[in-house]
Structures are given as C-alpha cells and as structure tokens.
Design a protein around this ligand. Structure first.
Ligand code: NAD
Ligand code: ZN
Ligand code: ZN
Length: 338
C-alpha cells in the first residue's frame, strides 16, 4: 500500500510502498478515504516534544474510511462500516484513569500516527473498540478533522466549565480553532477569536465569532480586558508560546485558561495574580470516545461545518510547509480514495 513515511526527524516525508498491516485479535483494517493534517503531525515529523514518536512513522490521527476486514473477536463492527481512527488509538481499559472516564490519561495508551502507524496511508489498522462510527449524514472529507480538531476543542470547552452566555477567547484560529469557534457557539457561549492573521480572523467571523482581535502588533489580552473586562475562559490552541501567556492574561477573576496547543516553550504564570484572581490553569488532551461521539453528534445535527481543502498524499511536504507558515485556512484533508 502507498503511505507517507517519516524516516528521520526534520526530513521530507517519503511516499513509498509498505506492507498492508496484519490484523491481530480485536482489530479492524480500515481502507482510508481521507485523513486530516493536524499540526501535531508536524510536531511528530520534527521530533519537537520530549516524548518522541516511533521511527519510521506513518503519521495521521484523523484517518476515516470503510472497514475492509475484521479480525478475530470483533463483535461491534462489520465490513463496510464507516469509522475513524483517533489519536487515542488504544488504552489499557483497567487503570484508575480508564475506569474513571479519563482514558486519555492512561499511561499505557497508544497514539495513532505517533506511537503506532496512522492514517497517511491507503490502509490503517486499529483496535475496533477505540474507533468510532461516523454518522451517515457526514462525508468522509468533512468529518475527518472532527476526529482530532473537533473532539479536542469540544472537550477543551467542556473542561473550561464556561456556561451559556459567558465569553470565551479562542487563541489560534487554525485547524483546531476554526471548529472551536463553532463548538463554542453551539454551546451558547460568546466568542472572541484571536490570531495573528487577518484571513483567519475573517474566517472566525464567518463561522460565528462575535468579536475578533489581531495579536500581531498589540497585546490581545489588553484589548480583551478593555472590551469585555476579561473572559470567563481562554482556550489556547495557538502554536506560539507567547499566545498562552496572553491567553492567561485575558481571563477575568474566577476564570480559567485551558492549555491545548503544544508549541515548545514555557508558560510563565504569575503566582500573585493567579491566587488573588482565583484563576484556574488546566491542560486538556484530545477527548474520550464518549466526547468524540458527542462531538460527532453535534456535527451530524448541522451545527459544525469544517472548512476543508483536499490534497493528495503526494502533496504532504508542501502541506506541511504551508502549515508551518500559517497559510492554511481551516484544515487540509488528504484524500486517499474517491
Ligand atoms: P494550525 O497550524 O492549523 O493552527 C495554528 C494557529 O495558530 C494558526 O491559525 C496560527 O495563525 C495561529 N497562531 C500562531 N501564532 C499565534 C499567536 N501568537 N497568537 C494567536 N494565534 C497564533 O494548528 P492546529 O492543527 O490547529 O494545532 C494547534 C496546536 O494544538 C498544535 O500545537 C497541536 O499539536 C496542538 N494539538 C493539541 C491537542 C491536544 O489534545 N491538546 C490536539 C490536537 C492538536
Ligand atoms: Zn491532532
Ligand atoms: Zn488505562
């Protein structure tokens, strides 16, 4: 099968022929139709984070398609079902985190397109129990980004505990941010969108943002404090550490910062302000299978529309370059099949 492979960090991906994966107990083989390109894939290919991915690696954790084969012991899914393979490729199912509905914290989890091969390929295998079925009304191309960008931002908004009528700031209107704006609106929140590019802010407005701020030449936190007296929650999905600091300072008393983006760098948190203002800082990592179902259901109700541009697998190196330059509006989806 054809796949895009990271052989070494900071090298171009190689399009090559690799064997179709063999199924083990409980696994399914998915003929990938489409796979979204997440900035995490770029971090993986660069080896940006303290925990490194396996090499060689087939990236991709927004792979969706049709089940071509089921392994022994698979009861819940059958050949022909439409499913997606998210970042949470598998978890142990038995630890304190798995047992308490926090499976994304499982220490024994595997991650698609990071610790195991993912969706930048004609086929991808996965444990049936951790894949999710795709609602009939959603096309493969439009649904692919929901398997990471969608579930991650939907979950981050839940974690923020913002209530209908509250203001939230979304920092970074890229693949994640453009769906974050829509999930926030679907949850009854008021949204102020922050980015460093006007085209992204224009998109945020089209997707329902109530207000926008460009953080390129001035401090967006000051603008947010001036205009709104601060927001109840700031969700940072930007790829620049400075944005996290600004997001922290956008929050009003009793509010929270949800840390989602994963640029390298530090987030300096002033002790005095955090204590006196009662600010909460929380990390949020993707979402559980239940979060994913909820996030897909909202999209199936027509409340979320992903902005996608489709590309071929052979275009992946150019796509990564455009992503690095911040030139992608919405999400690029690699189309593996028609
Ligand atoms: P993306 O490249 O599509 O979007 C990033 C956006 O950040 C762009 O719109 C860019 O213009 C904007 N940006 C850059 N500098 C900024 C600044 N100073 N202020 C405001 N905005 C700024 O990336 P993506 O796919 O949306 O991913 C975003 C980040 O989230 C990545 O670091 C990715 O690894 C991480 N991520 C985390 C999780 C999680 O579970 N926590 C899940 C998926 C992705
Ligand atoms: Zn992702
Ligand atoms: Zn576990």
């Amino acid at each position: 099968m054809k796949a895009a492979v990271v052989n070494e960090f900071n090298q171009k991906l190689e399009i090559k022929d690799v064997p179709i994966p063999e199924l083990e107990h409980g696994e399914i083989l998915v003929k990938i139709h489409s796979c979204g390109v997440c900035h995490t894939d770029l971090h993986a290919a660069h080896g940006d984070w303290p925990v490194k991915p396996k090499l060689p690696l087939i990236p991709g954790h927004e792979g969706v398609g049709v089940i071509e084969k089921v392994g022994e012991g698979v009861g819940s899914l059958k050949v022909g079902d439409r499913v997606g393979i998210p970042w949470l490729y598998s978890a142990c199912g038995e630890c304190e985190y798995c047992l308490s509905g926090r499976e994304t914290l499982c220490l024994d989890q595997l991650n698609a397109g990071y610790s195991v091969d993912g969706g930048y390929a004609e086929y991808c295998k996965a444990p049936a129990a951790y894949t999710s079925k795709i609602p009939d009304s959603l096309s493969f191309d439009e649904v692919a980004p929901l398997f990471c960008a969608g579930v991650t931002t939907y979950k981050a908004l839940k974690v923020s505990e913002a209530k209908p009528g509250d203001w939230v700031a979304i920092y970074g209107i890229g693949g994640l941010g453009h769906v974050a704006v829509q999930y926030a609106k679907a949850m009854g929140l008021n949204v102020i969108a922050v980015d460093v590019r006007d085209d992204k802010l224009q998109l945020a407005k089209e997707l329902g943002a109530d207000d926008v701020v460009n953080g390129m030449n001035s401090d967006p936190a000051e603008a947010i404090q001036d205009r709104l007296g601060g927001v109840q929650a700031a969700i940072s999905v930007a790829v620049n550490a400075k944005a996290f600091e600004q997001a922290y300072h956008s929050v009003k008393r009793g509010g929270s910062l949800v840390v989602v983006g994963l640029p390298t760098g530090e987030l300096p948190i002033p002790i005095f302000n955090t204590v006196l203002n009662g600010v909460t800082v929380k990390g949020s990592i993707v979402g559980t299978r239940k979060d994913l179902q909820e996030c897909l259901n909202l999209a199936a109700q027509g409340k979320i529309k992903t902005m996608i541009e489709t590309k071929e697998l052979e275009d992946i190196n150019e796509v990564f370059e455009s992503m690095e330059n911040g030139e992608i509006n919405g999400r690029v989806v690699i189309k593996m099949a028609q």
